[in-house]
Design a protein around this ligand. Structure first.
Ligand code: ZN
Length: 161
């Protein structure tokens, strides 16, 4: 039997979840079809050929599959309906399957390959409002650093940034 797709955003990494929420808020025409994925479901999808890889970013809580609310729900990867969604995703640090490997156009995943401890710190900082998590690989400027100090001071004083 097919293990069910998890559509809730709850098991996504908090940092990535926030980016996905922004994507959905910008594009009310789409919805999440699948978010986090269990090992059992990934093994099942491999067996059926729906997935070609052993480990997907879904299992790490760093990918979502998206569909359109109105039919056709899954337009072809090259369909122009995807373009504005892809553009917004790109600005949010989210890659699309079509851009990555020319298929799987409804697949969206975290564009960054961070180390586990880097994800942990980003999750913590985003959950506590210290950063919105934009562009984690960019060099930090003095104004950004001062902004972080200010938010962190608020966090220490008031328990929230
Ligand atoms: Zn996917």
């Amino acid at each position: 039997m097919e293990p069910k797709a998890d559509r809730s955003l709850e098991k996504l990494r908090p940092w990535f979840r926030q980016r996905v929420e922004q994507l959905l808020a910008t594009h009310p025409e789409v919805a999440v079809h699948e978010a986090w994925r269990s090992e059992e479901r990934q093994a099942y999808l491999r067996k059926t050929g729906a997935s070609k890889i052993e480990r997907s970013k879904h299992q790490d809580g760093l990918a979502v599959d998206i569909h359109f609310k109105e039919a056709p729900h899954f337009p072809k990867s090259s369909d122009l309906r995807w373009d504005p969604v892809r553009r917004t995703a790109h600005h949010l640090g989210i890659d699309n399957g079509w851009d990555l490997w020319r298929w799987d156009g409804n697949h969206f995943q975290c564009a960054y390959n961070l180390k586990e401890w880097e994800y942990d710190f980003m999750d913590w900082a985003v959950e506590n409002g210290i950063t919105n998590g934009d562009d984690p690989k960019s060099p930090i400027t003095l104004p950004r650093l001062m902004g972080l100090f200010k938010k962190f001071t608020n966090y220490i004083k008031n328990g929230k940034a």
